[in-house]
Design a protein around this ligand. Structure first.
Ligand SMILES: [Zn+2]
Ligand SMILES: [Zn+2]
Length: 222
């Protein structure tokens, strides 16, 4: 089987952080909750530049979104901060855990972009089912190769807000997934698997392998 015919089987990639969310809720995922998607990886298949549309949800701070866009413009040829502020739909709100379904937000978001990729920013905690909990708090969610992702500025375990530095790293991490990258074994690479920990402060950039793949995918990398 050639590389071109290989389809990624596990398409949901998520960064999990929360240390305590699963303690009182060990409900295993149902098959319906696993949300395993199939999509062809696009890494290395495109060489044209890309643009990214950034959406804010509800009261996500404009200043933070603008700072993020400024940082993303170092990596993407064009980054548009949409004037449209999206509502967090009530149907995705889980009152008993005070958090929103990342998968639900992502499903709505992917059809909105007028660019090549879309990223949604929220300052509310988001969740996604995993082996620990069906409502596990996560930092961000992307489906590999679909050019869409959602990130939260809130750290699920503490409820505190990410530093802008870590938030930018988180956004780049999820966009890396959105452009087709899986997690990376290099512990200093932005694409490292969080493995329920906060690893972004220890990451320094994209490793050589991830760098070359994203450059081939159209990212503005030196
Ligand atoms: Zn990830
Ligand atoms: Zn890497």
């Amino acid at each position: 089987m050639s590389v071109k015919t290989v389809f990624l089987c596990v398409i949901i990639a998520f960064c999990s952080l929360c240390f305590s969310c699963g303690e009182s809720d060990k409900t295993p995922m149902s098959s319906a909750e696993r949300n395993v998607y199939r999509s062809e990886s696009k890494v290395g298949k495109e060489s044209s530049p890309h643009c990214v549309t950034v959406y804010r949800y509800d009261d996500f701070p404009l200043a933070t979104a603008e700072t993020l866009c400024k940082e993303l413009r170092k990596t993407f040829p064009e980054v548009k901060l949409s004037d449209t502020v999206l509502e967090l739909p009530a149907k995705y709100y889980l009152k008993e855990r005070n958090r929103y379904s990342a998968s639900g937000l992502l499903n709505d978001l992917k059809s909105r972009s007028n660019c090549d990729a879309v990223i949604g920013l929220t300052n509310r905690i988001i969740y996604h089912a995993n082996e620990i909990s069906s409502t596990y708090g996560i930092m961000g969610l992307s489906r590999i190769g679909t050019h869409s992702c959602v990130v939260s500025s809130r750290i699920p375990a503490s409820g505190k807000t990410h530093s802008i530095d870590n938030f930018v790293k988180l956004a780049l991490h999820e966009l890396g997934h959105a452009y087709g990258l899986p997690h990376c074994p290099d512990q200093h690479c932005y694409m490292v698997d969080a493995e329920h920990k906060m690893k972004f402060p220890h990451t320094t950039g994209l490793c050589t392998s991830c760098h070359s793949k994203l450059k081939a995918a159209g990212w503005k990398l030196k």
